[in-house]
Design a binder for this molecule. Structure first.
Ligand SMILES: Cc1cc2nc3c(=O)[nH]c(=O)nc-3n(C[C@H](O)[C@H](O)[C@H](O)COP(=O)(O)O)c2cc1C
Length: 184
């Protein structure tokens, strides 16, 4: 079983999530690698794909859109999973908002995803450029001022749990029992 995590990341934090997901799968005894969407071509030769993107303007990044378009034939024959990292997820009602407003656009025109993870992301306001600041100021659709949302909001336990669900989907019984798990 060989799995490829493919990420689209503007500022690197989604890339770190992709690499972490691959690490979790490896800890489950599954061969896994992570790579950027712009260099993930050709993609044949894997048994499953885990795609992840930062959200800009309510959608995945153009690099992921291009990757999915170019790889659709290969991907549609395999199990495919999707995660999004975004700021909306840290706002009240954020998961429902992302599910109802961001996902439909992506799902209607792409693939059947087996599982979808929505994760709070990371943003450092000192590293975004002027165009990005403009986009956030005028296009961010949250209820809070996006410039108050700076920080690293990633929940590594939630990301690990989601990754382990994928491991268990693909290789049942592969997730190591945590040391404090009650004996069965
Ligand atoms: C220009 C820009 C636009 C963004 N638009 C959204 C958005 O529409 N909705 C959202 O929830 N988060 C939005 N975000 C937040 C990012 O999705 C979040 O910070 C993500 O974790 C960044 O990942 P990266 O470090 O891999 O680029 C935006 C961030 C930037 C810089």
């Amino acid at each position: 079983m060989r799995i490829l995590a493919v990420y689209a990341s503007a500022h690197g934090s989604t890339a770190e999530v992709g690499r972490y997901i691959a690490d979790v799968l490896q800890a489950c005894g599954i061969e896994a690698a992570a790579t950027a969407a712009e260099s993930a071509w050709p993609v044949e030769g894997y048994d499953a794909y885990i795609l992840g993107s930062a959200v800009h303007n309510g959608s995945w990044l153009p690099e992921m859109a291009t990757f999915v378009r170019r790889s659709r034939r290969v991907l549609s024959a395999k199990p495919v999973y999707l995660w999004l990292t975004c700021l909306r997820a840290i706002e009240p009602g954020g998961y429902a908002y992302v599910t109802n407003n961001y996902l439909p656009n992506l799902l209607s025109r792409t693939l059947a995803f087996r599982r979808i993870g929505i994760f709070a992301g990371k943003i450092d306001m000192t590293t975004i450029n002027q165009d990005e600041a403009w986009t956030l100021a005028f296009r961010y659709d949250g209820s809070r001022d996006p410039f108050t949302l700076g920080g690293d909001h990633r929940d590594w336990n939630a990301i690990r749990a989601w990754s382990e669900q994928i491991a268990d989907d693909l290789v049942p019984g592969s997730v190591p029992r945590s040391p404090d798990a009650a004996p069965s």
